[in-house]
Design a protein around this ligand. Structure first.
Ligand SMILES: O=P(O)(O)OC[C@H]1O[C@H](OP(=O)(O)OP(=O)(O)O)[C@H](O)[C@@H]1O
Ligand SMILES: Nc1ncnc2[nH]cnc12
Length: 174
């Protein structure tokens, strides 16, 4: 089996979570398997290509798991985009809708210097609402967004259309 097929086989579909009608992609079987977790990080790191990445940005909460590991591997800093009310310093905020709700995310105003190269990493692209909100925060800091990388993309929700001005990579597609 290929690396991606092994990862895909491990993902568990949970019907009607967290709301009726949603089929939730449960990544915990990947996280709990040392070989699969490393494969996922390997493949996400490859999406950076040859670019030197200054900062890897991860989105609260599942995004942190992958983004922090990618940052360590690339020798980059890690920057958290957090749900509202969790970051202690001055922040920029963005409200957004996602597949099963709405929320507000925040980024520290001084998290990234203008022109620093950034790779945005999250576990899953659904409608793209979350990632688009994160991109709007990075634009406020004049970050050089090199790419947006996801472990999973739900292509039938067309989230890419919300992010079309940046290179998008996904490892597994549904
Ligand atoms: O493309 P979208 O429709 O915006 O959905 C994708 C987002 O939804 C999930 O986050 P969630 O808000 O459930 O947070 P969690 O990581 O804390 O579970 C997932 O981790 C993405 O960030
Ligand atoms: N279907 C889904 N499964 C897991 N995480 C998600 N985030 C948004 N939609 C999701």
């Amino acid at each position: 089996m290929s690396k991606t097929a092994e990862l895909q086989a491990a993902i568990r579909d949970v019907a009607d979570f967290p709301k009726p009608g949603i089929i939730f992609k449960d990544i915990t079987p990947i996280l709990s398997d040392g070989k699969l977790f490393r494969q996922a990080i390997d493949l996400l790191c490859e999406t950076a290509g040859d670019r030197k990445i200054d900062k890897v940005v991860g989105i609260d909460a599942r995004g942190f798991i992958f983004a922090a590991a990618v940052a360590d591997r690339l020798g980059a800093g890690f920057i958290p985009v957090r749900k509202k009310g969790k970051l202690p310093w001055k922040t920029h905020q963005a409200a957004y809708s996602l597949e099963y709700g709405e929320a507000v995310i925040e980024l520290h105003e001084d998290a990234i210097k203008p022109g620093e190269t950034v790779l945005l990493v999250d576990d899953l692209l659904a409608t793209g609402g979350t990632a688009a909100a994160a991109v709007s925060l990075l634009e406020k800091l004049d970050a050089d967004l090199v790419g947006i990388s996801f472990l999973i993309e739900l292509t039938f929700l067309h989230g890419r259309d919300n992010l079309s001005q940046h290179p998008i990579h996904s490892i597994l597609s549904y």
